[in-house]
Design a protein around this ligand. Sequence first.
Ligand SMILES: [Ca+2]
Ligand SMILES: [Ca+2]
Length: 91
Amino acid sequence: MSRDPRSVPDDEQPPCADVTDGLDTDGDGDADSVFTEHPAGDLLLHVDLDADGLADRTFALRADGTTGVRDCDDEPPSLVDVLLRLLPRWP
Ligand SMILES: [Ca+2]
Ligand SMILES: [Ca+2]
């Protein structure tokens, strides 16, 4: 069952997705991008630009065929948050 894309507000800021289980698009060995689906049916690509494990920018391919880019507006993570996210990747 699909939802009408018009029923979901467009001005919702995308969450800062955790990308540590995502794709390594630049081959440096660290995951940096993850795909999610918005309830309206949009396909979202969350990209971590500063390698802290949290997405900084979200690219949207919307159900109506349009595209968009948004920055994540959550508070920056604390040093402890970053270290806890990166710890599982420590050799
Ligand atoms: Ca990478
Ligand atoms: Ca980041």
